[in-house]
Ligand binder design. Structure first.
Ligand SMILES: Cc1cc2nc3c(=O)[nH]c(=O)nc-3n(C[C@H](O)[C@H](O)[C@H](O)COP(=O)(O)OP(=O)(O)OC[C@H]3O[C@@H](n4cnc5c(N)ncnc54)[C@H](O)[C@@H]3O)c2cc1C
Length: 413
């Protein structure tokens, strides 16, 4: 039988073996070992992406961020080593890029977000040399540290696209690490640091904005909101930004750089956007409480590719996955879906080497700390959590489908 005529069928098919897909598959199999679960995942490698910021800051080893997919996927799941090309939810069928088709009873869609490097003219060619770097890919994160180490003063620019993006704090975290690095090496007086964001605010949750602005001010980083990177001219070492003036007129400005850290524009993956599963913005259209698809009840989605209206992080997946699993199992058993996701997400805002402000919040931007510590202070303890405790928790607990219920409490009701 050749690959394209081979037909496959599973009780539960999970699309994507990243943070969300692996966690859900592992948790399903932990609770129901007899389930027939397949994970469709094209990549040989699983990355712990939250550590990319630390790799770019020269304080984490790139090798420690990756593990072989065959070690991270649950042993008893079937790994379909391929990419999904399209969904036919009316026939409970997906088609793989190699032409094979996979039938399912239940589907979990978690293929992450697309990094759209081509949205910025000249970026793909410029990236990885002459001071143009990005923590957003495993191929380029180590080069960020090389750029920082080699920087001897001049213009350092850090960009953030307009939303959506995964870990919306990451573009500013590297600006803080860079500023702290320059301060420690007495290069700060020689340096002009600028943060350019396509968003209208420094952070999506207003309560954190004044505290983060203080950090920017402390380092003397200029904050330029509403500025969207549109082009990189590597030859002239100039970044071009589009902005809209007070009369609503779009203008473009050019800024010379010696170091340019780019966060790419991000969208839903094309094969999701073009599928019947997508909402108008291209995300898998799910109920914000149950994570069940709004039109196809045997389909669930979580993580970056889902329409869940919260900040896209692995921390959010940690709280989404148990809800998805409980509701999926309830549906299989013919019971009502009772588990509800409250929008919890978290962003450890690294503000210096050794300091983290842990932003935890849920739907409607309600701040909701897990521990009785001020969410607005820069904490040594949370740095230890981010750098030393969360990675083993991720690999050994979360990806194994173990669900310690760590409660969080809203600051305001
Ligand atoms: C620089 C950076 C810093 C971050 N910092 C933090 C942080 O501090 N805290 C935090 O909580 N989160 C952080 N994140 C975000 C976090 O990593 C993501 O939100 C999380 O991994 C999302 O999980 P996911 O499963 O939806 O997507 P992913 O983990 O990206 O997994 C998607 C999977 O789908 C697979 N896939 C792609 N296309 C297909 C296809 N066609 N068919 C089948 N499978 C496919 C991919 O290969 C991948 O394995 C950071 C991310 C980055 C890049």
């Amino acid at each position: 039988m050749n690959a394209s005529s081979q037909s496959l069928s599973h009780q539960v098919v999970v699309v994507g073996g990243g943070t969300a897909g692996t966690t859900v598959a592992a948790s399903l199999l932990r609770q129901r070992p007899e389930l027939d679960v397949a994970v469709v995942e094209p990549s040989e490698v699983h990355y712990y992406q939250p550590a990319f910021t630390l790799v770019g800051g020269g304080t984490y080893d790139m090798d420690s961020t990756r593990r072989a997919q065959k070690e991270t996927l649950p042993e008893t799941a079937t790994w379909i080593h391929a990419g999904v090309a399209s969904f036919e939810p009316n026939s409970n069928l997906i088609t793989l890029e190699d032409g094979r088709q996979v039938q399912y009873e239940h589907l979990v869609v978690a293929p992450g977000i697309k990094l759209d490097w081509d949205r910025v003219d000249g970026l793909r060619e410029a990236l990885g040399s002459n001071g143009v770097c990005s923590n957003y890919s495993p191929e380029t994160a180590p080069y960020t540290w090389e750029c920082l180490r080699q920087f001897r003063g001049g213009n350092a620019i850090f960009t953030q696209p307009p939303p959506p993006l995964k870990c919306a704090g990451a573009p500013q975290k590297i600006a803080y690490l860079a500023a702290d690095h320059l301060r420690r090496n007495n290069l700060a007086p020689e340096s002009n640091l600028q943060f350019y964001s396509g968003a209208g605010a420094l952070f999506s949750v207003p309560d954190f904005v004044p505290h983060l602005q203080k950090v920017m001010d402390r380092y003397g980083i200029g904050v330029n909101l509403g500025h969207d990177l549109v082009a990189v001219d590597a030859e002239r070492k100039v970044a071009r930004f589009a902005t809209t003036d007070s009369n609503g007129e779009r203008t473009e400005i050019e800024q010379p750089y010696d170091l340019l850290h780019v966060t790419p524009h991000q969208t839903a993956p094309d094969f999701v956007k073009q599928s019947p599963l997508a909402n108008a913005d291209g995300w898998v259209d799910v109920d914000k409480g149950t994570t069940q698809h709004t039109r196809y009840p045997n389909v669930f989605s979580l993580g970056d590719a889902s329409s869940l209206p919260t900040s896209k992080t692995a921390a959010a997946v940690r709280k989404q996955a148990p809800v998805t699993v409980r509701n999926l199992l309830a549906r299989m058993d013919g019971q009502a879906l009772s588990a509800q996701y409250d929008g919890y997400t978290s962003c450890p805002l690294v503000t210096a080497y050794g300091k983290v402000m842990l932003a935890e919040f849920m739907y409607d931007g309600v701040v909701t700390p897990t521990l009785p510590l001020s969410p607005f202070s820069e904490s040594r303890f949370y740095w230890v959590v981010k750098k030393h405790l969360l990675p083993p928790f991720y690999w050994n607990q979360m990806l194994r489908g173990k669900e310690p219920d760590i409660a969080h409490k809203p600051l305001k009701s």
